[in-house]
Design a protein around this ligand. Structure first.
Ligand code: GRF
Length: 190
């Protein structure tokens, strides 16, 4: 079974969905480490409740991206992490982590990439008045939401949709799609 690390900067509802998918047997993986760049992230509480070791850092306290990623790397190695799962981690992954985990870092993004990359993808889609948006799971490269796409699910936006209702729909799809895609990906890797 693969050892995974989950990275999140905020609420962590996707992190929670992954924890629950493991508990229910839908996903065969061990979350051996949780990483956050925000001391106040609610996701840290979720890690504590689930007894998952966590490493929380403040980027400003390091000289460079390479320096904080070296610190992350030490924790990843200490916990024998095979695979990194980004779930609302609001930083670009740098060379240091990419070099060591090439092809082994995935992200979930709340739009049908390549449409609406970057921050507030749900708001961007809403403001653009598109009729279809969705969720993408993709491998991570050095760009902003640019890596090879693994899976996508479309969501229709109704005429009376509000930002909030769209957000709720997207999260619901994310919470089902991410664990299912991870299970496929991790089980195909032996
Ligand atoms: C999700 O919409 C995910 O697609 C994006 O960040 C959000 C994180 O939400 N990358 P949560 O913290 O998992 O609730």
């Amino acid at each position: 079974m693969k050892n995974i690390a989950v990275f999140a900067s905020g609420n962590g509802s996707n992190f929670q969905a992954i924890i629950e998918a493991i508990q229910s047997g839908q996903l065969n993986a061990n979350i051996q480490l949780f990483v956050s760049d925000k001391k106040k992230a609610y996701a840290i509480e979720r890690a504590k409740k689930a007894n998952i070791p966590h490493f929380v850092f403040t980027a400003k306290e390091y000289e460079s991206k390479a320096a904080y990623e070296e610190a992350i790397l030490e924790h990843l190695h200490e916990h024998n992490i095979d695979f990194i799962v980004l779930a609302g981690y609001m930083r670009l992954i740098g060379e240091t982590l990419l070099r060591h985990y090439e092809g082994k870092i995935v992200n979930i993004h709340p739009s049908l990439l390549p449409a609406f990359p970057g921050k507030d993808a749900i708001g961007q889609a809403f403001d653009a008045r598109v009729k279809v948006s969705g969720v993408t799971v993709h491998f991570v490269d050095a760009g902003m939401d640019t890596g090879p796409i693994i899976a996508q699910k479309a969501i229709e936006i109704s005429d009376d949709e509000s930002r909030e209702s769209l957000q709720a729909k997207i999260h619901q799809v994310e919470h089902e799609l991410y664990p299912a895609v991870l299970q496929k990906l991790l089980s195909s890797r032996g």
